[in-house]
Design a protein around this ligand. Structure first.
Ligand code: HAM
Length: 428
């Protein structure tokens, strides 16, 4: 029969990588606790309109990357979430989460974008994100950036750079946009096909073009920072002052525009050269207009999200993934029949006391030799082997073998098994 494979760009997370993912998830949980963030979980499927309105119609994500479909039963237009911010804002409005003041929220989970798969770019990928809702000042912009920096430090990531920009407010962007349209219209002949189209729809995105032939043209384009008014400038300067006071290095990149349309004021990305073309490990910024755009009461907000696959890749390159921990404490060996019954009872008793146990289950359902079971016990990473054969059972005993270090083995009474195992684990 022909086998069925996973969808292109959607990956299995295999057991060999599970320890690294768990380590990252634990580090993230500690980080969110350290800054007072609460977890939120939103559905993977949302109304298509949520992302069209939230992310913006004229973005790559909405124009060409969304997994959208019609619900066959009721005709609703649905989409697999391509990011988390729009849904967090929806949930905040729907459940009135900030009625009594601002909230710091975090989330993690799979996101879906129909992009061309390559290293670090997948169609199902995982994000960890934070959203600080209801805070207007530059202090929170700085705090969420500090949080990111702390995370990279905790994870031992090397060569991560922070790029910062301010997108100002709508009126400032409109003035800049007009100047851009004038500039690019004057040089229309040098624009590639994509940029010609963007000139009509979203000229700001021309600045994002990676086309080498257009870089000099883009370099000479009017810069948004030159159009910022005093309030936007002072917000931007306050963020920078706080970052400098906390020794966070950053570079201002006036061309940083981000690929989602909800941002204003501060935007930023963390990038690395170590991952090749997909070097942005995280990005975010302030999105004060979004709450109102989604039908809620106007409220300021900012946040960022990181690509977990990219961060794990960089952790592997930085050699900062700790060696995997043993998957269990005790591996139980037996010879089937009555010895299996006793082995299973012993394993359950140990688990009830919080000890992690693997009970040998022969793949063919037949009992295997102790020699081959011992090989499995060794490979399992367990600290101890508990051996219950017919001879041991006849004496109401088991053999306890230390699989690491000394390799010492001795008989223990079944009645005193728990104490013996705990003692041996403490000693090992
Ligand atoms: P984003 O820049 O679109 O922002 O995505 C955040 C991160 O997700 C990227 O920096 C990258 O590491 C990862 N990522 C994006 N697409 C892929 C992909 N196809 N494969 C693997 N990783 C990917 C957002 O999504 C915003 N919601 C961030 C935010 C939160 N802004 C404010 N709050």
């Amino acid at each position: 029969m022909q086998k069925i494979n996973a969808i292109r760009g959607m990956n299995d997370l295999l057991p060999k990588d599970a320890a690294a993912w768990s380590y990252l998830e634990r580090t993230l949980a500690d980080l969110t606790r350290a800054y007072g963030y609460e977890q939120i979980r939103t559905p993977i499927v949302e109304s298509t309109a949520l992302f069209q309105r939230g992310i913006g119609e004229v973005t790559d994500i909405v124009e060409k990357e969304m997994y959208s479909f019609e619900d066959r039963l009721n005709g609703e237009q649905l989409t697999l979430r391509p990011e988390g911010t729009a849904a967090v804002v929806r949930a905040t409005i729907e459940h009135n989460l900030i009625y009594d003041g601002p909230k710091r929220l975090w989330y993690t989970g799979p996101m879906f974008r129909h992009e061309r798969p390559q290293r670090g770019r997948y169609r199902q990928f995982h994000q960890f994100g934070i959203e600080a809702l209801g805070f207007a000042g530059p202090d929170i912009d700085a705090e969420i950036i500090l949080m990111g920096q702390r995370l990279w430090d905790e994870l031992g990531l090397q060569g991560v750079r922070l790029e910062l920009n301010s997108l100002g407010e709508a009126a400032e962007r409109a003035a800049h946009r007009q100047a851009l349209v004038d500039y690019f219209t004057q040089h229309q002949a040098q624009l590639d096909e994509d940029s010609q189209r963007r000139l009509q729809t979203n000229p700001l995105r021309i600045l994002d073009s990676k086309n080498p032939a257009m870089q000099t043209l883009i370099e000479g384009a009017p810069k948004l920072l030159e159009f910022l008014g005093s309030e936007s400038l002072s917000h931007f300067e306050a963020v920078q002052t706080l970052l400098k006071a906390n020794n966070i290095p950053f570079k201002i990149n006036p061309r940083l525009v981000r690929g989602l349309d909800y941002y204003n004021l501060t935007v930023f990305e963390w990038t690395t050269e170590a991952l090749g073309a997909q070097g942005t490990i995280a990005g975010g910024g302030r999105y004060d207009p979004l709450m109102e755009r989604m039908g809620g009461k106007s409220a300021p907000a900012c946040g960022w999200a990181m690509g977990m696959e990219r961060v794990l890749d960089l952790m592997a390159i930085s050699k900062s993934i700790p060696d995997s921990e043993p998957v269990c404490d005790v591996y139980v060996l037996h010879q089937g029949g009555d010895t299996l019954v006793q082995a299973m009872i012993a394993a359950e008793a140990l688990r009830s006391a919080g000890i992690d146990v693997i009970l040998h289950c022969p793949p063919d359902g037949q009992s295997a030799s102790f020699k081959s079971q011992m090989k499995k016990a060794d490979a399992s990473g367990a600290q101890l082997a508990l051996i219950i054969g017919p001879d041991e059972l006849a004496r109401d005993e088991a053999q306890l073998k230390n699989l690491r270090g000394t390799g010492e083995q001795h008989a223990v009474p079944l009645s005193g098994l728990l104490v013996a195992v705990v003692d041996a684990l403490v000693d090992s």
